[in-house]
Design a protein. Structure first.
Length: 167
């Protein structure tokens, strides 16, 4: 038996994806669960709006995570991602570890009112790795695949390649 990651259109890594905010907070966000009902419904709504992913927003209208991913954004050279109400998975942990060597990091949710101030954004997951975001709620980001996101993609690829077993 071999593992094959969920196929992602390679062009999305170049052009970035569109994401849409969605009002929802998982009941136990820090626990990996097989209950994907809310994620399926959120993603279905996002797809209707021409988006690739839904970003969960809490009652304070703060982005905490994606329906099937973690969410990160840059304001200049500061990387921001939620500290609580997220699945703290391996990919997120690796990205934060790589990022701390190059950027300031703020662990906090991102208010939807901050979207116009964001310069770059991306989502992460084990199957998606680091996928750049070009648009959030019909607001185009100035750097669709900016230098900060590109650096993290390169560092992540180097890191994961170094972990692959030799054939």
């Amino acid at each position: 038996m071999t593992f094959s990651p969920y196929p992602i259109d390679p062009s999305l890594y170049e052009k970035g994806i569109k994401v849409t905010t969605y009002p929802y907070v998982r009941e136990f966000p820090e626990i990996k669960s097989l209950n994907y009902t809310a994620a399926v419904l959120a993603r279905k709504q996002a797809l209707k709006q021409g988006s690739y992913e839904a970003l969960y927003c809490n009652e304070k209208k703060e982005i905490v995570e994606g329906a099937l991913s973690n969410f990160f954004a840059f304001k200049g050279n500061t990387l921001i991602t939620s500290k609580e109400s997220v699945l703290k998975g391996i990919t997120r942990k690796v990205v934060l570890s790589l990022a701390k060597q190059h950027f300031l990091i703020e662990l906090r949710p991102i208010s939807v009112t901050e979207i116009p101030e964001l310069t770059e954004a991306f989502i992460t997951s084990s199957s998606k790795k680091i996928l750049p975001v070009r648009e959030i709620d019909n607001h185009s980001l100035p750097n669709k695949k900016g230098k900060n996101t590109q650096l993290l993609i390169e560092l992540f690829e180097e890191h994961t390649f170094s972990l692959e077993p030799a054939l």
